[in-house]
Design a binder for this molecule. Structure first.
Ligand SMILES: Cc1cc2nc3c(=O)[nH]c(=O)nc-3n(C[C@H](O)[C@H](O)[C@H](O)COP(=O)(O)OP(=O)(O)OC[C@H]3O[C@@H](n4cnc5c(N)ncnc54)[C@H](O)[C@@H]3O)c2cc1C
Length: 351
C-alpha cells in the first residue's frame, strides 16, 4: 500500500469539474465507504485521510462475525433492517465470488447458547437475514451441556484480510491515501467538496461527540484449526473461527479507556473458553489484543453542513458509532452514507 504523508500530494490534477471527496478513517467503515463512493460517483477524486491503518485500527481486533446485537440501532427500525440486509447481501456477493479468500469472507456455521436465558438465543434482527437460523435439537444441547440454543449459518469477515483487499481495490480505482491526524474537520474545508466522516471512536475528539463511548474488548487470537464452528455462550464467552486465527473473547467494558491487555481479563477469557471447549487448551496463542468499540446509542449516519468561525463551510456525511457491530454493518451504513453524499452534492440518489 502506498501512503502519502505530504500535503501537496493530496490532490493530483485539480480539475474544476471533478468532485473532490475526502473519507476520514481507514478502518472497515472508511474503506468500505471509500470503495462504494468510487463506484457510485465515477470520476470523483476520493482520498482517504487517517492516522492509523491496518493492524493499528480497532477493526483489526474484531472477529467480524455477522451477528447484530439487539441494541444495534439506526435512526428507525426500517433503516436499521435495511442496513443489516444490505450488509449481508454485500458480503454474500463477495462470498460467492472468486475474491472470497483474499477478502477474508467465509461462511460461518455455529451456535448461540445460553445456560439460563431462552431469549438470548433468539435474534429478530438476524433470523430473517442469514442463511439458516433454527432451534438446537436436544442432542445438540446435550452434547454441549446447554439449556437453550440456536444453530446458525452466517458470514464472517476477517479484517486482517478484508482491509488490505479493500485498500488494493481502492488504489486500483485511483484512490489516494494520506496518513495524517486531523484535529478538526475544518482543516479539510476548501480542499474538498464533501467529507465522509468514518472516524469511529475518534469522533469523540474530531467532532466533539460525547455520546460516543468506548466499549473495551479484549481477546485472544489462537490457532486451533480443528475448531470449525463458532460458539457464543451466554453472550459474554465467544469462540469465533476466522481464516488465519480463532478469536476467543471476551469483555464488554463500558466507558473503559484501557488499551493494555489485562491479565485478569485474559485469565477469565481463557478459563471460560477452555471450560466450554477443553480442546482449546492445546491451542497456540498467536496474540492478545484490546480494542475500544465505538459505542453510540444510535449509529450516526447523517448529513451536516458544518460552519466554522472563519466563515468557511464544509459538507459532511457522518458514518460512525457502530459499537461492536462495525464489521458486519459497514456495507449497509456505507451504502446509506453514499446516498446522503449524493444528495448533498445535488445528485440523484436511490435509497
Ligand atoms: C474485541 C472486539 C471484537 C469485535 N467483534 C466484532 C464482530 O465480531 N463483528 C463486528 O461486526 N464487529 C466487531 N467488533 C466491532 C468493530 O471492530 C468496530 O465496530 C469497527 O471496527 C469500527 O470500525 P471503524 O472503521 O468505525 O473504526 P476503526 O477501525 O477504529 O477506524 C477508525 C479510523 O479513523 C481514523 N481516525 C480517527 N480519528 C481520526 C483523526 N482525528 N484524524 C485522522 N484519522 C482519524 C483512525 O486512524 C482509523 O483509521 C469488535 C470489536 C472489538 C474490540
Amino acid at each position: 500500500m502506498s501512503i502519502s504523508t505530504h500535503e501537496n500530494d493530496r490532490i493530483h490534477e485539480q480539475d474544476t469539474e471533478m468532485v473532490r471527496i475526502a473519507v476520514v478513517g481507514a478502518g472497515v467503515v472508511g474503506l468500505t465507504s471509500a470503495n462504494l463512493l468510487q463506484e457510485a460517483i465515477p470520476g470523483a477524486s476520493v482520498t482517504i485521510i487517517a492516522d492509523r491503518f491496518g493492524q493499528d485500527t480497532v477493526s483489526d481486533v474484531a472477529a467480524g462475525l455477522y451477528r447484530p446485537g439487539l441494541q444495534f440501532q439506526g435512526p428507525n427500525r426500517e433503516i436499521t433492517e435495511k442496513w443489516l440486509k444490505d450488509s449481508y447481501d454485500y458480503y454474500k456477493k463477495i462470498l460467492n465470488s472468486e475474491d472470497a479468500d483474499e477478502a477474508g469472507v467465509k461462511r460461518a456455521p455455529g451456535y448461540m447458547f445460553s445456560s439460563n436465558q431462552p431469549k438470548i438465543v433468539k435474534n429478530f434482527l438476524m433470523e430473517p437475514v442469514v442463511e439458516e437460523y433454527r432451534p438446537c435439537t436436544q442432542k445438540e444441547l446435550d452434547q454441549y451441556k446447554m439449556k437453550y440454543g440456536s444453530y446458525i449459518v452466517t458470514i464472517l469477515t476477517e479484517c486482517r484480510r478484508f482491509l488490505p483487499y479493500m485498500t488494493r481495490k481502492f488504489q486500483e480505482q485511483g484512490g489516494q491515501i494520506i496518513q495524517r491526524y486531523l484535529n478538526s474537520l475544518e482543516e479539510l474545508a476548501g480542499d474538498y467538496d464533501i467529507v465522509c466522516n468514518c472516524c469511529g471512536f475518534g469522533a469523540k475528539d474530531l467532532v466533539g461527540d460525547n455520546s460516543v463511548t468506548p466499549m473495551r474488548g479484549q481477546v485472544f487470537k489462537v490457532r486451533a484449526p480443528w475448531i470449525t464452528h463458532f460458539y457464543y455462550v451466554d453472550y459474554d464467552t465467544y469462540i469465533l473461527p476466522g481464516f488465519d486465527s480463532i478469536t476467543l473473547g471476551g469483555t464488554r467494558q463500558f466507558d473503559s479507556y484501557n488499551t493494555e491487555v489485562c491479565k485478569h481479563d485474559a485469565a477469565s477469557i481463557w478459563e471460560r473458553c477452555t471450560n466450554f471447549l477443553p480442546s482449546l487448551q492445546k491451542a497456540e496463542v498467536l496474540k492478545e489484543a484490546v480494542g475500544l468499540r465505538p459505542y453510540r446509542g444510535i449509529v450516526r449516519v447523517e448529513k451536516e453542513l458544518m460552519k466554522f468561525d472563519n466563515g468557511k463551510t464544509l459538507k459532511v456525511v457522518h458514518n460512525y458509532g457502530h459499537g461492536g457491530y462495525g464489521v458486519m454493518a459497514a456495507p449497509g451504513t456505507s451504502i446509506y452514507a453514499v446516498s446522503l453524499v449524493k444528495e448533498m452534492l445535488g445528485q440523484q440518489s436511490k435509497l
